[in-house]
Design a protein around this ligand. Structure first.
Ligand code: NAD
Length: 248
């Protein structure tokens, strides 16, 4: 495994108590980064903190869909630290169902967490990055935001929105040494899959030419490079990691 240099950097990783966010947090810490995990699930946060057991790790219970909470937490962190990196990994899939049967409250909740949550986190963090003239933001979108998945219109739309947000914000910040990129993973075997029906997960897998799930550490490697100083030119871009599923 390659080493990444994240020494003297400070990262906020949302949804960091489990899945992609947890693995990214572990690798960031190994790379010398101080990491602040945010998650809505306090039990999982405590578990993650015990498992990682490092003085480079701290955490906050934050609901990314609550802008006041997000802003207050960012402002408090910024009193004592610069914020170099923001990885937006918090997300839910919501139920699998045809659009015309989709409950309006399910649709709204998915948008509020997956899309508005990233807007809120970026809105709160970016002014500090601008002051520092440095930042790396990585948004975890999904291949479904490019291709669309049947019975996942809310999820797919929210992730397409994340791609649009990334492309716009990246352009706004291109002269500030702040890179904003999105990654579009195919299915990986994390707890989020439990939110969908088995048939839906099987259908997702059947579309991947590589014929297997993405391994969490494979996504982590890509996020590490995008979050490092070495990524000095790529911004407002979407990095595919779909095992050959996406054709663009
Ligand atoms: N696993 C996959 O197959 C897959 C594929 C493509 C994209 N993604 C995306 O990757 C990201 C991470 O997913 P994962 O697979 O690690 O899932 P996961 O369920 O393992 O982790 C998601 C974390 O987000 C947290 N979270 C949920 N709502 C939150 C909120 N309102 N505020 C703060 N934290 C909240 C959860 O508690 C959980 O710890 C998500 O955005 C997901 O949509 C996942």
């Amino acid at each position: 495994m390659n080493n990444f240099d994240l020494k003297n950097k400070f990262a906020i990783i949302t949804g960091g108590a489990q899945g992609f966010g947890l693995d990214i947090s572990k690798r960031f810490i190994k790379s010398g980064c101080k990491v602040r995990i945010w998650d809505i699930d306090e039990t999982e946060l405590l578990k993650a903190s015990k498992e990682i057991n490092s003085d480079k790790l701290s955490y906050d219970v934050v609901d990314v869909s609550n802008f006041t909470q997000v802003k207050n937490t960012v402002d408090k962190i910024a009193e004592n630290s610069k914020i170099d990196i923001l990885v937006n990994s918090a997300g839910i899939t919501g139920p699998t169902s045809e659009l015309w049967n989709y409950k309006i409250e399910d649709w709204s909740k998915i948008m509020e967490i997956n899309l508005n949550g990233i807007f809120y986190c970026c809105k709160a963090v970016v002014p500090y990055m601008i002051k520092n003239n440095y930042g790396r933001i990585v948004n975890i979108a999904s291949v479904s935001g490019k291709d669309g998945n049947a019975n996942a219109s809310a999820y797919s739309s929210s992730k397409a929105g994340v791609i649009g947000l990334t492309k716009s914000l990246g352009k706004e910040l291109a002269l500030n040494n702040i890179a904003v990129n999105a990654v579009t993973p195919a299915g990986a075997n994390t707890r989020i899959l439990n939110q969908m029906s088995k048939e839906h997960v099987q259908r997702m897998l059947s579309k991947v030419p590589k014929g297997r799930f993405l391994e969490v550490h494979e996504l982590t490697s890509m996020v590490c490079w995008l979050s490092s100083e070495e990524n000095s030119f790529s911004t407002a871009a979407v990095f595919d990691i779909s095992g050959g599923r996406s054709t663009y």
